[in-house]
Design a protein around this ligand. Sequence first.
Ligand code: RTP
Ligand code: MG
Length: 139
Amino acid sequence: MATNRTFTMLKPDSLEKGNTGAILEKINAAGFRIVAMKMTQMSTKDAETFYAVHNERPFFRELVEYMTRGPIVAAILEKDNAVEDFRTLIGATNPADAAEGTIRKLYAASMGENAVHGSDSDENAEIEGNFHFSGREQF
Ligand code: RTP
Ligand code: MG
């Protein structure tokens, strides 16, 4: 995968609240091209694997419960400087700290339920995109 790609998930709270369309519109308006997308639900094992880097953290079980409780929308996005620009678009992990107009400021309830995921490096974008999508699902 090219390094001008990032990976995102619209987390279960976004789908529960009916915010899927509004969030995708923000992503589109910010100039990201969707190169893979699907609605899916992570199993406990999926979430434990995806978030393995956090498995010693006190919030790990809560995070796995949250991410598995309902469907998500997973997508790979393409744009120049995709990883950094997408992190800017979504805002800080804690919506209380997120800048005005960011997706988390607009749509996230709390640090634990923060609406969207964005990869934190080109390397992780590739790993995470390949976790959810086969090669022939990436356009
Ligand atoms: P993400 O990976 O989802 O894009 O979020 P992030 O980089 O901004 O934050 P990260 O440190 O990677 O944490 C991953 C997710 O774990 C949940 N979390 N809960 N209750 C808490 O203190 C806490 N801290 C983190 C959030 O859902 C966060 O997005
Ligand atoms: Mg992260």
